[in-house]
Design a protein around this ligand. Structure first.
Ligand code: NAD
Length: 352
């Protein structure tokens, strides 16, 4: 086995622990800041206001307008609030959508970010931002996008509905599966990816049974941190490309799309790199694609693209877009094979 590799880690303070979100004020001070703008989605506004109250004099205000895919017009509204309140840092409380807004502000201002994640999307540990304007989603990678502090507090995730916990967890697992065969993988990314998959294998079924179990929630957040970290350090391939295409062109929900596609893309690539994906088969049992599909089915994940409102004729266009620009993947891709893979995912068929 070749031992050639390059490794760089993303510099960030990671804090884990139940109740640790109470230390957010200390982190604002540690960053040399005193006026934090708290960000959230409209659905999590009450939690954001509670956090702002807890920050007391360190809170500059609350902007509760974050939405999926970071539209530039929403960022501009938030930027007005940044200027009006003279904010010197942002605190993002929520999932990938809220984290995305904080990143978009940081990209424009270089303000430091503290993120308190409440889903498993993993965006909080990546220097990557996807933003949309005029119906087009573009991806930017820049050091200023990486949040400075991440506080993982399981007590804030107890109310994440079981269904969203499942799809969000499978979204995170997809980062780890693609990291295992990434061209620029390294020993650390592989260790983290395997550990992240194990964390979800044990925590997600328990969360479905007992959503308010703090220890299981902490295990899932631990998995989210590991899987998000590898997304931020190594390159992704077919799986992320297809999900980006489906979400960007057909507006399918982000986490559900990842959840449905993962067994199919992993099964497709396992034919080319069985040894690199062997840990997936070991953890989930059976074949790579079949084992992931059985696991997803067992925890009640959505299994068929047709249930997301995609029509069968959309699959032709999706296969075309997903293959029109060449990109690296461990197994060669062509329109016909991707169209067949999409058909299986549309029907919700178990990959062999
Ligand atoms: P989300 O942030 O859109 O959250 C979905 C909904 O769940 C929102 O209404 C939110 O308020 C609510 N919610 C979040 N946490 C909750 C909780 N604990 N209890 C109750 N409700 C809760 O969903 P997401 O899947 O976390 O994020 C998706 C977005 O993140 C997409 O735009 C995607 O592109 C982006 N993303 C980016 C990266 C990256 O590295 N750039 C990585 C992963 C995802």
């Amino acid at each position: 086995m070749s031992r050639d590799f390059a490794y760089s880690g993303n510099p960030a303070h990671i804090v884990f622990g139940e109740g640790k979100s109470a230390t957010v004020g200390e982190w604002v001070e540690t960053l040399g800041c005193s006026r934090a703008l708290v960000l959230s989605t409209p659905q999590q506004k009450a939690d954001a206001e509670m956090l702002a109250a807890r920050l007391g004099p360190f809170a500059a205000g609350v902007f509760a307008g974050a939405v999926m895919h970071t539209p530039v017009d929403v960022t501009e509204k938030a930027m007005d609030v940044v200027r009006q309140t003279n904010a010197d840092c942002v605190v993002s409380l929520g999932g990938g959508s809220t984290t995305g807004l904080g990143k978009a502000i940081a990209l424009r201002t270089d303000l430091p970010q503290i993120v308190i994640p409440t889903t498993y999307a993993g965006s909080e540990v990546t220097p990557i931002l996807g933003q949309t304007e005029g119906g087009r989603k573009t991806t930017v990678r820049h050091a200023s996008i990486l949040p400075e502090v991440v506080i993982y507090d399981a007590s804030l995730t107890l109310g994440l509905p079981a269904g969203m916990s499942v799809t969000s967890g499978l979204n995170a697992m997809a980062h780890a599966v693609e990291a295992l065969y990434a061209q620029d993988r390294n020993p650390i990314s592989t260790l983290m990816a395997v550990e992240g998959l194990r964390a979800f294998k044990t925590s997600l079924p328990g969360i479905v049974e007992t959503p308010r179990a703090p220890d299981l929630r902490a295990d899932a957040l631990y998995g989210a941190w590991l899987c998000g970290t590898v997304l931020g350090t190594v390159g992704m391939a077919l799986h992320h490309k297809i999900c980006h295409t489906l979400g960007g062109t057909f507006d399918t929900p982000h986490a559900d799309t990842h959840a449905i596609m993962l067994p199919h893309t992993a099964g497709y690539n396992a034919i080319a790199v069985p040894e690199l994906l062997a840990p997936v088969a070991q953890i989930f049992g059976g074949s790579v694609g079949g084992g992931l599909w059985d696991f997803a089915k067992g925890i009640g994940a959505p299994l068929a693209l047709k249930d997301l409102g995609l029509s069968e004729t959309d699959l032709n266009r999706a296969a075309e877009i997903a293959t029109e620009n060449p990109y690296w993947n461990p197994r060669p891709i062509d329109r016909k094979s991707i169209r067949a893979l999409l058909q299986d995912a549309w029907e919700g068929r178990r990959p062999e």
